[in-house]
Design a protein around this ligand. Sequence first.
Ligand code: NAP
Length: 261
Amino acid sequence: MNLENSVTSDLLHKNVLITGASRGIGRAIALEFARCGANVACVATTEEGARKAADDCLAAASAAGHDAKALALAADVSDSAAANRVVDETVSRFGGLDVLVNNAGITRDNVLPRLTDDDFDRVLSVNLRGSFLLCRAAARPMMKARRGRIINVSSIVGVTGNAGQTNYAASKAGLIGLTKSIAKELASRNVTANVVAPGFVETDMTAAVREKAADEMKSRIPLGRIGRPEEIAYAVTFLASDRAAYITGQVLLVDGGLAGA
Ligand code: NAP
């Protein structure tokens, strides 16, 4: 480890796989890694979304003066074969996998009496099972290399709970338990696993709530504003950098103070 380096230079030529890279927070994370000169594999549900994310990463890397690679991978993360395939393809095209960011996520909100079996199963399947599948697939090459970083994007509601989001909060709380267990299991192989838990961030996922109640939300956030996707990306790239080598099994809340308010 060379602490004369910056977070940015630590990530030069690192091989990174990011799910949900086509929009919102995942897109900001992918672009931030690309700006740092990392090779970025972008996963989204459609070829078109993944391709655009990869092209934008190449442009961001090039604008920052880096000759980095980018890969477009269309996959549903809740599909076991697809999860294995995206990890295998990243390893074979980049020559290894240093960082996995499980960011893909969905909501299907409803009050408990109206929440359907399908709403519960689908949210758990994408948010929790999908992250498990990718972690399991990534563990093998990381353990072999005796080096790796896993960063799982949860939510403050996984810590605090939230009325109307029973399924989503359960999936995000589950992700914390999953990550803490992986941290213990893989620490001896020099693989760290941490959670970044965003508060309320300006993306498609929050568009409807922001339209209805942006001022009310802002009034509940101690820093007085909604978060920007890049602000989550900075926490993720820090946890992927050499400066975070001694941090594992932690939950980093990036929420403008909301959970503690
Ligand atoms: P978003 O704008 O809705 O984007 C979701 C991303 O996940 C898209 O790239 C989407 O791909 C991808 N995705 C969804 N289902 C998928 C699947 N089955 N397989 C592969 N990819 C899939 O969401 P966001 O707000 O950026 O949220 C990103 C993460 O942060 C999520 O895990 C979310 O729970 C978490 N989070 C967000 C907030 C917030 O305030 N926004 C707060 C706390 C936590 P397509 O474009 O192909 O659909």
